[in-house]
Design a protein around this ligand. Structure first.
Ligand SMILES: *[C@@H]1O[C@H](CO)[C@@H](O)[C@H](O)[C@H]1NC(C)=O
Ligand SMILES: *[C@@H]1O[C@H](CO)[C@@H](O)[C@H](O)[C@H]1NC(C)=O
Ligand SMILES: *[C@@H]1O[C@H](CO)[C@@H](O)[C@H](O)[C@H]1NC(C)=O
Ligand SMILES: *[C@@H]1O[C@H](CO)[C@@H](O)[C@H](O)[C@H]1NC(C)=O
Ligand SMILES: *[C@@H]1O[C@H](CO)[C@@H](O)[C@H](O)[C@H]1NC(C)=O
Ligand SMILES: *[C@@H]1O[C@H](CO)[C@@H](O)[C@H](O)[C@H]1NC(C)=O
Length: 507
């Protein structure tokens, strides 16, 4: 008798812990599971010495006085950006017309639910005010775009001791860069209403669109600049959804937004076609044997079945069981691989802890966040679980017919590996897809490196597909120069060089 009671107790306990850890699981695309260097407490104490971080700046309050709003949003961060006092008198403003500045704050994008999105905008460092604007969206759902700012594409890096230094390679050299914490609940973006969280891509696109229309009111000088939406991972949903929303609003002759292109890195766009590749990718990279490949195939078929049946929650749960360690199937059979890069079994450090840095009172004050805090808020994921298995591929043909579209992948990504993107592209219902498939991939080398191959490029009309060699999911971190060359040529409509053969013939 006693033994049976004990067994029941044990089973109940296991059941409980199981469901607890399940509730804490996050999306496979959540990039904040990444690791950073540990930092000495003193460095954080210095940044927190002034504990009151001041006012939260909402630019929505300044739509009727944009000049004041712009001035208040200027971030006095120092080199390479101009000192904000230069904005105060018109004379010095015109004499320093090519000085880049940086601006940040919040836009209230939905008054009913008090939804406030944080943005940080950096003018191009080369002083070209007419430069294209690139917005970079992080994935997740729920990962802060400040990750890309400090780890991948932005003007600064954070050292182990929480010191900020200029990045050696940044997309900000020639382009205006904007980082938005999206969706609401991510990073510094917040809502005071439980009903404010986004449940689908249309709500997300609406919020972002409302941010952009207000942005152009506060900074009207940028409304004619070319706009590019870029991002990675789960931003494979946000970018097409927002681009299509802008397209629709432009057709309705509402505020015209000068969208010119989109660039999606290692993006989840169409889960039903993309999940079909996991078993093969696992087997052909040596991470699975044939039996394990079969088990993965079984998972895939169940996920696809549930997507077809529109059992979104079940599809997402199976997706999570297949690949979202721990304890998922992929992790169980492969050990502790980093599914962002199959060459690694543990994640690298992505540098100094940018979250500790930006969440300090000194930096919150500097960037007008005030007494709000940086959030790793799982509500964002919980509200989007049913969105994860859904597709946005229906938007892509219209985008290709009206804008430039780039899909790129790091060669060694697993979670959204090259073959996932390749397969997805082939199902785009666009008239040019057959000629695109028949177009030869070219070998791409960047000018600064004529020995190593940077990757492979296929282009037909407005569609470009690129594989970046020796990179994983966090491609611009792994290969900063290659990714900078990639985005610069895409934006500037320049051909991708194939490298000259002269060096090899002279040897
Ligand atoms: C605010 O959010 C609600 C719920 O998503 C939506 O119905 C409404 O249209 C939004 N308002 C604006 C201005 O976007
Ligand atoms: C942080 O580390 C860098 C590089 O080691 C060093 O130059 C700098 O002085 C350090 N800053 C502080 C505040 O300790
Ligand atoms: C920039 O490059 C130098 C020289 O390679 C290196 O020592 C330094 O750590 C790099 N800085 C950053 C922020 O990556
Ligand atoms: C992975 O392994 C853990 C621990 O053995 C187990 O609880 C879990 O059910 C496994 N997950 C899958 C999807 O097989
Ligand atoms: C930011 O700081 C606040 C206050 O110290 C803290 O409660 C919160 O957990 C921090 N956020 C993160 C993501 O560490
Ligand atoms: C390519 O995009 C441009 C806008 O950048 C558009 O005018 C053109 O029609 C598109 N071309 C094709 C062949 O779809």
């Amino acid at each position: 008798m006693k033994i049976i009671v004990l067994q029941i107790l044990v089973i109940t306990l296991i059941g409980l812990t199981g469901s607890l850890s399940y509730g804490q699981r996050k999306s496979p695309f959540f990039e904040d599971r990444v690791t950073f260097d540990t930092f000495p407490q003193e460095s954080l104490d210095i940044l927190n010495s002034e504990l009151d971080a001041g006012e939260t700046l909402k630019l929505t309050d300044y739509l009727d006085n944009p000049k004041l709003g712009k001035r208040l949003s200027c971030v006095d961060i120092g080199i390479p950006f101009g000192s904000c006092s230069q904005l105060d008198d018109e004379n010095s403003q015109s004499s320093s017309s090519s000085t880049p500045f940086t601006y940040s704050g919040f836009f209230t994008v939905n008054q009913t639910y008090d939804i406030n999105l944080f943005y940080w905008f950096f003018e191009a460092q080369n002083g070209n005010k007419d430069a294209p604007i690139l917005i970079f969206f992080q994935g997740g759902p729920g990962a802060s775009s400040l990750f890309s700012l400090f780890v991948e594409t932005g003007p600064y890096r954070i050292l182990s001791n929480l010191t900020m230094v200029p990045a050696n390679v940044t997309w900000n050299s020639e382009f205006h860069m904007m980082y938005i914490d999206n969706p609401v609940g991510t990073g510094f973006s917040y809502t005071t209403s439980d009903d404010g969280y986004s449940n689908n891509e249309v709500e997300i696109a609406q919020n972002l669109y409302n941010l952009l229309t207000q942005f152009y009111q506060i900074y009207p000088e940028f409304s004619d600049n070319d706009l590019y939406l870029t991002g990675e991972s789960y931003a494979g949903k946000y970018v097409p959804a927002l681009a299509y929303y802008i397209y629709e609003q432009n057709q309705l002759k509402n505020t015209f937004i000068n969208l010119v292109g989109v660039a999606i890195g290692d993006g989840l766009v169409d889960p039903a076609t993309q999940v079909t590749q996991y078993a093969n990718l696992c087997y052909y990279t040596g991470l699975c044997d044939l039996v394990q490949q079969d088990t993965m195939l079984m998972y895939q078929e169940k996920i696809i079945f549930n997507i077809q049946e529109q059992n979104w929650m079940e599809a997402n749960n199976l997706f999570t069981d297949l690949i979202n360690g721990p304890p998922d199937y992929f992790q169980n059979i492969t050990g502790n691989p980093n599914y962002y890069d199959i060459r690694r079994s543990v994640e690298p450090s992505y540098g100094g802890n940018y979250v500790a840095f930006v969440n300090s009172s000194a930096i919150r004050q500097l960037i007008h966040v005030g007494n709000n805090y940086f959030q790793n808020n799982n509500n964002v994921y919980l509200h989007l679980q049913e969105d994860i298995p859904k597709s946005v591929i229906q938007y892509v043909p219209t985008l290709i017919e009206n804008y430039k579209v780039l899909f790129y992948n790091g060669q060694f990504d697993f979670i959204v590996g090259v073959s996932l993107t390749e397969t997805m592209i082939r199902t785009i219902q666009w008239s040019g897809i057959q000629p695109f498939i028949l177009t030869n991939r070219i070998i791409w080398k960047i000018p600064s490196d004529n020995i190593d191959v940077a990757g492979y490029v296929r282009q037909y009309q407005n569609l470009t597909q690129i594989v970046v060699r020796d990179a994983g999911h966090i491609a611009p971190f792994d290969q900063p120069e290659r990714c900078l060359d990639m985005i610069t040529r895409f934006v500037n409509n320049l051909p991708y060089p194939t490298g000259s053969s002269s060096s090899s013939s002279s040897n």
